[in-house]
Design a protein around this ligand. Structure first.
Ligand SMILES: Cc1cc2nc3c(=O)[nH]c(=O)nc-3n(C[C@H](O)[C@H](O)[C@H](O)COP(=O)(O)O)c2cc1C
Length: 212
């Protein structure tokens, strides 16, 4: 059985997906759930994960907004991490109500936590707040990539797209969201040339800085 490290070495950013190979519903649910379980600042999860399956939409995104990158149309599912463009008091209150319901406590008992969160989001002005939400979304991307590797499902993180165009194609502005990072998932094509390339990473001794 492959170890966690083996699986991290097995994964790579797929350039050529096999368009005929699709994730099953449990496979897809498993990796989406990993992204859902990612930690975020205060637990606010200021992002959403969009699953794009419609072939016409995917073709439009590829051609008009993603520099013709084939992963957009040829993967099993195109996943798009979308960050919130604003986080207001009402959003924090909804979250506090959710915590209260899940944990069986009163919202009053969470008042200090609520006020801290409101202060934190109010002192971040646009566009800083969007950047903050995007940072949170990238943590969820990391969870998804790792979950894919563990399940030997292929993926490719992608920033090579025009966010404004993607937002327009998918009507994300109306939802208070902006496309932040793509992660097509699926299965590698048997002749993906990128599959056989040696992994290039900084040596551990260079990457890790010790201060003792
Ligand atoms: C944030 C981010 C954006 C990336 N954007 C693209 C992209 O637009 N297209 C692409 O083919 N690969 C993209 N990559 C893949 C990287 O080039 C790849 O992860 C890196 O070269 C390391 O190789 P490996 O993931 O195969 O080990 C991106 C990776 C990350 C993390």
């Amino acid at each position: 059985m492959s170890t966690f490290s083996d699986n991290l070495l097995w994964r790579y950013a797929v350039k050529k997906f096999d368009p005929a190979k699709k994730l099953t519903v449990p496979e897809l649910d498993g990796v989406l759930n990993a992204a859902r379980l990612a930690p975020s600042s205060y637990g606010l999860q200021p992002y959403k994960l969009l699953v794009v399956t419609d072939p016409d939409l995917r073709a439009r995104i590829r051609n008009d907004a993603a520099y013709d990158q084939p992963q957009v149309t040829d993967s099993s599912h195109l996943l798009i991490f979308c960050a919130k463009t604003a986080v207001n008091e009402a959003y924090v209150d909804e979250y506090v109500a959710h915590i209260a319901a899940v944990r069986g406590v009163t919202t009053d008992s969470l008042k200090a936590y609520r006020d801290t969160m409101v202060n934190s989001v109010q002192r971040r002005k646009s566009p800083d707040i969007t950047v903050w939400c995007q940072k949170q979304a990238y943590i969820a991307l990391g969870f998804l990539l790792t979950a894919c590797a563990q399940a030997q499902i292929d993926s490719c993180p992608m920033e090579g797209f025009d966010p404004a165009k993607v937002d327009e194609i998918l009507g994300l502005q109306e939802l208070g969201l902006t496309a932040t990072v793509f992660c097509p998932v699926g299965y590698r094509s048997a002749d993906d040339p990128a599959a056989t390339k040696k992994k290039v990473r900084m040596p551990a001794g260079e990457f890790v800085i010790q201060r003792q």
